[in-house]
Structure formats: C-alpha cells, structure tokens
Design a protein around this ligand. Structure first.
Ligand code: TXA
Ligand code: MG
Length: 314
C-alpha cells in the first residue's frame, strides 16, 4: 500500500527527487513524474507497463506555463484553452526541445493540459517543472477515479498518493490536435463536442485505431476490465446468456439482479460518466462470468461514455 494523504509539500519533495506520485484530477487520477527528468519518465512507463511508443501528456497550472513547452499556440488552441482551462481538455501542440523525446514517444508534438483539481493545482503552482501523467492504471485497464482504485493496482509501486476524493468528471480529457491550424478531436472525453464547437465551430473527429500514428495510444481495445464485457440490449443479452452468472451495468433502469450497477437513476449523462469506471471495477471483482451493458444516448459526454464502452468490450 502506498502512503495516502493531502500533503502537497511531501508530493513536491518526492517529485523533485524523481519519485512518482499519484495525483487527483477532475477526470481520472494520474501517475505523475517530473516531465523534464528522463529517469522519472522511464519509471512511469515501467510502473504502468506501458509500451514506449505511447506518448505521455504533461500537466501545467496555466496557459502561460504551457507556452514554455510548445513552439506555437494556434488561434483556435488559444481560444479553447481560454474557454476550458483548467478543465478536461488536452491540446496536442508542436513541442519545444526541452520536453524529452521519451515523453512524446519520439513525436514532435506534446499533449498538454491544465487540470481542474484544487490539490493538484496547488501542487503545480509550487513546482517549477511540468508533470507527465498518464492515467494511474496498468496499461489497458480501466482508469482510476478514487485514491483506493490507484492503491488497489499500483499501491506497492509508487511513493505517495495525493488523495483528492472521487473525480468529478470521471472520464479522461478530450484530446484535440491540429491539422495545420484546424482542430481535430483525437479522443472524446470529459469536454463534449458541442461545447468545443460552440467555441471554434465545426471540428473533425478522427477515428482512432492503433494504426493512426497521430494518436498512438488510442487502441481499439482499452479501458477494459478483465471480465468479458458485451454492450447491447440488456434484456436480450440476459436471455442469450441465461446459463451464465451475469453482471449488469445499466444506464438508468433498475434490474432485480444480484450483480448490478445503475449508472444514473435520473438518466444524467454526467452522473453516468462519473460512475462508469467504478462500476466496471466493482463488477470486475464480483463472481460473474460476463458483464453486460448498454449504450447511452450518443450526445454530450455520452459520446465519450460510448467510446469507452466500445473499447472495454472490444
Ligand atoms: O484526463 C486525462 O487526460 C488523464 C489525466 C491524468 O490527465 N490522463 C490520461 O493520460 O488519460 P493517458 O496517457 O492515459 O492518455 C493520454 C492519451 C494516450 O492515448 C496517448 O497516446 C495520447 O493521449 N497522446 C499523448 N501525447 C500525444 C501526442 N503527442 N499525439 C497524439 N496523442 C497523444
Ligand atoms: Mg490511460
């Protein structure tokens, strides 16, 4: 078990000496290290068992600090940062040489974001380097949304967990890159397409696969619990798999079953997003052979939920 607490001075000291600290953000918990220290970066890849071709994003306290690490900020990137930082938005921009190639996995761009969580903002304000932080889970598994999720899987491998309670958004940041100066969404996340288009007009969404070199980490199978998961019509799936012990994750409807989580009894997509990863972890631990779930309405943050369900069930 890692030591867990809310001491940002302790987190600072550990990070300065090259250790890793799990940090809370509004999206999911991150596994953080000094982004300018190659040894710390190498540790992140090792602890997560993450392939070296999958780049890390860096975290900064504000736009001014971001500009130290990138070559240029296109007009639309600036507009988006002004509208949504601190918040669940990662911008992929041409990096400056000060960002190690290990962070960007050899790409000439770096993903950068300003997280919205009071503890982590406090920490970012008192250190003089950016924090590289992927989600604090073993590669390919469901992202953690509480300190105890982090402890369950990485507790014996990291020095300290900053405990900031449960994540308010619950799903990873939306990632936006630029084709020339036009924004392109690489990953649907906590910031919705509608919110983005309100600021910069129509944007392109790129289908992410493992063969897309711009978003190397966007594998088809990801965010996956170890149990098999199938998404579709829950009633039909329950009939088809009658002979098995089945766990159910529904959007709104209550089922009279022993292994069951409702994501949002009131049908709120943001509540469903907040509960999704916990639900996957909970059912993964139960004595079920199979998890069945259903798609949620495909608008707002619902698109990001469906994306995670698609990849968890791939
Ligand atoms: O909400 C989040 O973004 C969380 C919290 C901790 O900030 N972080 C997170 O990091 O989800 P990670 O590493 O689990 O996912 C970041 C994704 C990866 O799929 C990676 O491949 C992609 O961002 N990425 C990073 N740098 C990139 C770049 N330069 N170009 C394209 N994709 C990039
Ligand atoms: Mg991740």
């Amino acid at each position: 078990m890692a030591e867990t607490g809310t001491d940002i001075q302790k987190a600072k000291a550990l990070l300065e000496s090259g250790e890793l600290v799990a940090i809370p953000t509004e999206t999911v918990y991150g596994l953080a290290g000094n982004a300018l220290n190659n040894l710390a970066i190498a540790k992140i890849f090792e602890v997560k068992d993450r392939p070296a071709f999958d780049p890390l994003i860096i975290h900064v306290p504000d736009l001014l600090r971001a500009s130290r690490y990138v070559q240029e900020i296109p007009e639309d990137a600036r507009k988006l940062a002004k509208a949504f930082w601190p918040g669940p938005l990662t911008l992929v921009l041409p990096k400056r040489p000060v960002i190690p190639d290990l962070v960007s996995a050899g790409l000439d761009t770096v993903g950068i974001r300003c997280p919205n969580h009071i503890l982590t903002r406090g920490l970012l304000e008192i250190i003089d380097f950016p924090l590289a932080a992927p989600s604090a889970n073993p590669f390919g598994y469901v992202s953690p949304t509480t300190a105890s999720h982090v402890n369950d899987q990485l507790g014996d491998k990291i020095a300290y967990i900053l405990d900031g309670g449960s994540c308010k958004v619950g799903i990873e940041s939306t990632i936006i890159g630029f084709d020339g100066h036009s924004p392109v969404i690489y990953r649907m996340g906590g910031l919705s397409l509608e919110e983005i288009e309100d600021v910069v007009g129509k944007v392109r969404v790129e289908q992410h696969t493992s063969s897309n070199p711009k978003a190397p980490g966007q594998l088809k199978s990801h965010y996956a619990p170890s149990k098999k998961i199938i998404a579709g019509n829950i009633d039909e799936l329950l009939r088809t798999h009658r002979s098995k012990s089945v766990g159910v994750i529904s959007f709104q409807k209550k089922y009279d079953l022993p292994f069951h989580v409702v994501l949002s009894p009131t049908g709120s997509l943001s509540e469903a997003a907040r509960n999704l990863f916990s639900a996957l972890r909970t059912l993964d631990k139960m004595p079920v052979d199979l998890i069945v779930t259903e798609w949620v309405p495909d608008n707002g943050i619902g698109r990001a939920i469906n994306d995670r369900l698609r990849r968890a069930s791939h």
